[in-house]
Design a protein around this ligand. Structure first.
Ligand SMILES: O=P([O-])([O-])O[C@@H]1[C@@H](O)[C@H](O)[C@@H](O)[C@H](O)[C@@H]1O
Ligand SMILES: [Mg+2]
Ligand SMILES: [Mg+2]
Length: 309
């Protein structure tokens, strides 16, 4: 019998609402900004404060539960996902937007058991849009059911992606050539909101038809990946194969056809997995005759052979 984590989800929604008031109060205030992995990877006291608020509230109610929090990991916690009930938290997704008062800032809370996401919550704070999904029970925005566009024709697609915080030549040349190749298909356009969680919720709500990215983290997308799939969308690895939450690569789309069209033109640059394992692409039954050792992104710089369907 599938456990019903509904009450846990309701608790998650209640603390997301509390956290949003903290974000709104801080949005206009002067901020103390620190740097993490690059001059573009920012963090503020509000990121840390919101994460502490969420984790301490959860610990009080569910003392045996585990956590993967963006700022806890930045402070040295290990982001290894076990079978234990685990909350995967991004306290402020879109910190650069928050610092600049660009009004797209989200709180992302996912909950996984046995490495399977049971529910996801994304609160787009300035828009006051609370997206949520429970596995097998649909996706909603402010309690209104969500469906993706279902678009099959990629030449009519509006695609969202992110610029990320990488500033090295390989990442930036891969990222910009991906945008070039997508636009040459052609597609209708490309947008970058500045928060992966909101990007993916736009796919779930048919405001965009696909999202792809290399370099984001599990906490950016754990919640919104479930929201997309519960809204009838598909979530794959950037190569077109099986999605792997810890791989830092994703395509979320209105249909498999659109996902396939994106996978055929975009390439990944090497980035360390969230769980620190060697970056072997997931063994996927659809992977036909590929030399897997040559696909270890941490060992091989550059592009991957395209998956054969
Ligand atoms: O750091 P943060 O604001 O929580 O998350 C952000 C992501 O949502 C965004 O997609 C990515 O481009 C940024 O590099 C950053 O990772
Ligand atoms: Mg984030
Ligand atoms: Mg964040």
């Amino acid at each position: 019998v599938m456990a019903d984590w509904g009450k846990c989800l309701d608790f998650g929604v209640s603390i997301a609402r509390q956290a949003r008031t903290v974000v709104l109060d801080a949005f206009e205030a002067q901020k103390v900004v620190s740097l993490k992995t690059s001059p573009a990877d920012l963090v503020t006291e509000t990121d840390q404060g919101v994460e502490n608020l969420l984790i301490s509230a959860i610990k009080e109610k569910y003392p045996t539960h585990k956590f993967i929090g963006e700022e806890s990991v930045a402070a040295g916690a290990s982001p290894v996902l076990t079978d234990s009930p685990t909350w995967i938290i991004d306290p402020i997704d879109g910190t650069t937007n928050f610092v600049h008062r660009f009004p797209f800032v989200a709180i992302s809370i996912a909950f996984a058991v046995n490495k399977q996401t049971e529910f996801g919550i994304v609160y787009s704070c300035m828009e006051d849009k609370l997206y949520r999904a429970q596995r097998g029970k649909g996706a909603f925005c402010n309690d209104i059911p969500l469906r993706t566009s279902g678009l099959e024709d990629i030449t009519k697609a509006l695609v969202v992606t992110e610029i990320g915080t990488e500033r090295d030549d390989l990442s930036l040349s891969t990222l910009t050539s991906n945008i070039y190749r997508l636009l040459k298909i052609p597609i209708h356009g490309i947008r970058a909101v500045g928060t992966a969680a909101v990007d993916m919720c736009l796919v779930a709500s048919a405001g965009a038809d696909a999202y792809y990215h290399v370099g984001m983290h599990c906490w950016d997308i754990a919640a919104s990946a479930l929201i997309v799939s519960e809204a009838g969308g598909v979530v794959h690895d950037i190569s077109g194969g099986k999605f792997d939450l810890m791989s830092r690569r994703v395509i979320a789309a209105s249909s498999r056809t659109v996902a396939r069209g994106i996978a055929q033109v975009v390439e990944a640059f090497p980035c360390e997995r969230d769980d620190g394992l060697p970056d072997l692409l997931p063994l996927d039954p659809k992977v036909i005759g590929l030399n897997l050792t040559s696909r270890c992104s941490t060992l091989v710089q550059g592009t991957y052979p395209k998956l054969l369907w």
